[in-house]
Design a protein around this ligand. Structure first.
Ligand SMILES: [Cu+2]
Length: 185
């Protein structure tokens, strides 16, 4: 199947005010198995959720690639221009069910959880039911994460939230520092 079977949008944005939007080169999606296509993912400005606080993500850029397969979804999250003081640091990052609103970490709501969206009141919290995109910052100030989950992402205004700490087994990862708007159609 050709590339038209899936829709991949890439974006890159400045996290801080001082940095203009930067064209972030994202590689085309890898060829998938059983690719059902149909995913539309929009990536917009990365927003600062702690505008009153200096953190290593100020001025960073990010992009998300999403490929919806038949029965699964693959995500690639890439960041650049993270401050080098954060080299080797691991940040938690997840797809959240709500929108990304600058200065309002709560707007992103809870993690996207396929059990919760199915109405399960005692959802499993894991990398199989949620989209966890923790990344480690390298010496060049870049980071990336890749995840494939065994469910198809549902449409809606979502966000990737970057947290201050790595994700613990119970899904928590500390303060919400920044987010990337993601519109899934
Ligand atoms: Cu999160």
């Amino acid at each position: 199947m050709g590339r038209q079977g899936r829709t991949v949008l890439r974006g890159a944005v400045a996290l801080g005010v001082a940095v203009p939007a930067v064209a972030l080169a994202l590689q085309p999606a890898q060829a998938g198995n059983g690719d059902g296509g149909g995913a539309v993912v929009a990536v917009d400005d990365l927003r600062d959720l702690q505008p009153g606080r200096v953190d290593p993500l100020d001025g960073a850029t990010a992009g998300l690639t999403v490929v919806r397969h038949d029965g699964s979804t693959s995500f690639t999250f890439r960041l650049q221009h993270v401050q080098k003081t954060a080299s080797e640091r691991v940040f938690g990052a997840h797809l959240h069910v709500g929108p990304c609103v600058a200065g309002d970490g709560g707007a992103a709501k809870a993690h996207y959880n396929t059990d919760s969206l199915a109405g399960d009141t005692t959802p499993e919290i894991s990398r199989d039911t949620e989209v966890w995109l923790d990344f480690q910052v390298n010496a060049g100030g870049s980071g990336h994460a890749f995840a494939t989950v065994p469910f198809e992402i549902q449409p809606g205004q979502r966000s990737v939230v970057v947290h201050a700490l790595p994700t613990a087994p119970n899904g928590t990862a500390g303060d919400r520092l920044a987010c990337l708007p993601v519109v899934v159609r």
